[in-house]
Ligand binder design. Sequence first.
Ligand code: MSP
Length: 516
Amino acid sequence: MTVDLSPTMPRYYVTTPIYYVNDVPHLGHAYTTVACDALARFMRLDGRDVRFTTGTDEHGQKVAKSAAATGLEPGAFTDQVSERFRSLVEAVGAAPNDFIRTTEDRHYRSVQEIWRRLVQRDEIYTGKYEGWYSVRDEAYLAESELVRQPDGSFRAASGAPVEWVAESSYFFRLSSWQEPLLRWYAEHPDFIGPESRRNEVVRFVEGGLEDLSVSRTSFRWGIPVPDDPEHVIYVWVDALTNYLTSAGFPDEGSETYDRFWPANLHVVGKDIVRFHAVYWPAMLLAAGLAPPRRVFAHGWWTVEGQKMSKSVGNVVDPFQLVQEYGLDQVRYFLLREVPFGNDGDYSRAAMIHRANADLANDYGNLAQRVLTLIQRNCGGAIPEPGPAAAEDDGLLQAAARLGPELRPLMETQQMHAALRALWDVIRAANAYIDHAAPWALARTDMGRCQTVLSVLLEVLRRVAIFSQPFVPVGAAAILDQLAVPADRRNFSDADEALTPGTPLDPPTPVFPRLAS
Ligand code: MSP
């Protein structure tokens, strides 16, 4: 794909889906948040003007039902659960610019405005919906999409139960957007990633689109249709609009809106691609607004080989995970274990293996070894390097290439590949230290010993700078131990070498080994 790295487009707006507050956060939610946070941190460190948003999807029948089951009013219920999602953001070390709730006034205004525009442009008409609906997926389904069960009943392909709905409803003229959408996909080959999802979406749209029911009358928990409060706006229309609301819509003249819309990237799970890559761009085009630049769908996690589900009782609690294994360890595992876009399996053994092999052994040991040798052999200060040998240059250059290598990978959401590139340098540094044996040089050739350690410090510094988006806690600790000032840790500072003579504190281990 083509990658736009032009310095005239420095802003970057990335979003997570907003999470349903029908239940508490699980591993899947933590995954999208961590992935977007790593992207946002990377772009910030690279000097981009970043907006990263997340939040909670609080309306609709599913949430109303969950609230009723607890005996709480929907508003009180969503206040409670939304707070858990806010805590999750913190627990996984994410730093969004906004946490949006669909129950906020700013969002009501935004959703009602987009509705009015669709009405003005004759994109919405009244009718009656008669058909299947899955409350769990909050989706209208054609009979052809249902799966017949052994007992003769129907379910959605996701396994969710469906119910027959017959109620008066407003409709969006989605069918008339089939051709414009296909044109949009053709003219914007990067609009949907990965490629397999793109093909799936194009095939779906080529198969024909039906008008979409966009209001409900059988319950009240939602944003009312302007001038017709008997109807609440379909929860997906409400939810998708969060991306606009957070960017300042409907204040189109506002600085935020001008700066950040259209979004650069919506990261979503594979189950909600259709909403983001079909309904959403159609709605935006119909309302005269620009669609986002890209929608990327990640895969799903199973747990110890099984689908994660409440009934199986294997739902992974991300708070517990972070507490048990550590924040960096969880982030690293999620981003490294599978190529972003593929499904993955979480297991305790895999988690511990990743943390120990890659973080404790490769990265942590490298830092500890180098910094300990500095204490022992260089009087605890950054040494003055002598002339570089060929093997020094090879390693230094590999580390200096990290920026140019990582940039296109992160621009295309290949976090696993970015981590692989970082670890190639870490492993090369470990091989270099084993081969150069600075502890032996300390007895035979002090000048060469200092050069080797100085090369290693430089490589460690670059690795630490570029690993900040992924393992922010450990990377910061290493940069502290290298005495790199907190305001000199951006990618643009990467070429600024350490100053010989700077004293360094005795090291403390950064990535502990986990007990299996
Ligand atoms: N509220 C909608 C999104 C609206 S965005 C305008 C929603 N919410 S959700 O809470 O059900 O799901 C949020 C995200 O979690 C989705 O992207 C979904 O794919 C993801 N995951 C849910 N279970 C997951 C796994 N087991 N593994 C990975 N991601 C998973 O959908």
